[in-house]
Design a protein around this ligand. Structure first.
Ligand code: C2E
Ligand code: MG
Ligand code: MG
Ligand code: MG
Length: 286
């Protein structure tokens, strides 16, 4: 094709595309192998009640430890896992693993500890998703009230009727649902009400923008908190890194927070130790 057009730049362009495709094929092959060889694992990031410092739960976050020892973040492989369908198996593993961890923590005396699990659209759309969820609950013995699924706002917007139906089935099992990265999609008030979710999770971008003087992040966070209140939903902020952000969120009426200020995502043994050291809650600096 490049020859026929007589343009050298076309040839260059094609070769670039080829490299990108090859890179993706390689990544997918490595990811498949990582799944087979148990090189995926979960980290857990605590979630804190902003009123009293109580540790209310944690979000399970997927990690991939490459053979080289390099830690590959989810932003680099979730998309390809979704695209290839591999996310269905990975997601099922994540769900079971996170439920097992929650049960272990409950047995270790951390009663009422909630476990949040991210779920992709491809998982949610899978005809056996509810069965998978039911199986994970039955096999691990987790109290479903202490399991929460995080779906992104943009994902919830894609197929409103279908998603509404799946959420209804999830809720019928007693599992709660949070809308992740909230504020970046375009859900309407009436749609949110129809969705019947439990929690809104303010996107990190708005929390980051809170400290910028004159930034609009603060007013968006405030709007989301107000929205949650009006709809009777709990609100959690993600990406809280500073005392000023936590303090401001608390004053605005935000219920919970998660972020580097409190703790980074940790491996399960580290989490158990961290929790044991904070039986009286996180010492809030305000
Ligand atoms: P998310 O669900 O919005 O998760 C929050 C992300 O923010 C995590 O990145 C977390 O490490 C990061 N984070 C938390 N606190 C702070 C902070 O104070 N400052 C900053 N700069 N970052 C903070 P991570 O673990 O790299 O995950 C990225 C995304 O990958 C997640 O965003 C989620 O969409 C996706 N993901 C992670 N695990 C899974 C999974 O098991 N299944 C699916 N489907 N997606 C997952
Ligand atoms: Mg999340
Ligand atoms: Mg999030
Ligand atoms: Mg986010």
């Amino acid at each position: 094709r490049a020859k026929a057009s007589g343009l050298g730049s076309y040839c260059f362009y094609d070769r670039e595309m080829g490299t990108e495709v090859q890179e993706r094929v390689r990544l997918l092959r490595n990811l498949r192998s990582a799944v087979q060889h148990d090189r995926l694992f979960l980290c857990f990031q605590p979630q804190v009640n902003l009123a009293d410092g109580r540790i209310v739960g944690a979000e399970a976050l997927l990690r991939w430890k490459a053979e080289s020892g390099e830690l590959i973040p989810p932003d680099r492989f979730i998309a390809i896992a979704e695209y290839s369908g591999l996310i269905v198996d990975i997601g099922q593993w994540v769900l079971r693993n996170a439920c097992h961890r929650q049960v272990a923590l409950a047995e270790a005396g951390f009663a009422g500890f909630r476990m949040a699990v991210n779920v992709s659209l491809a998982q949610f759309r899978h005809p056996r998703f509810i069965q998978t969820l039911q199986g994970a609950i039955a096999d691990t013995g987790i109290n479903p009230a202490l399991l929460e699924l995080e779906i992104t706002e943009s994902m919830a917007m894609l197929e409103p009727d279908y998603i509404t139906g799946v959420i209804r089935e999830v809720k019928a099992l007693g599992v709660s649902v949070a809308v992740d990265d909230f504020g970046t999609g375009f859900s309407s008030l009436s749609y949110l009400q129809q969705l019947d979710v439990d929690r809104l999770k303010i996107d990190r971008g708005f929390i980051r923008a809170m400290q910028a003087t004159g930034g609009t992040g603060g007013s968006i966070a405030q709007t989301v908190i107000q929205l949650g209140r009006n709809l009777g939903l709990s609100v959690i902020a993600e990406g809280v890194e500073t005392v000023a952000q936590a303090d401001a969120l608390h004053q605005l009426g935000c219920d919970e927070a998660q972020g580097f200020l409190f703790a980074r995502p940790m491996e399960s043994t580290e989490l158990a130790a961290w929790l044991a050291g904070l039986r009286d809650g996180y010492p809030l600096p305000y």
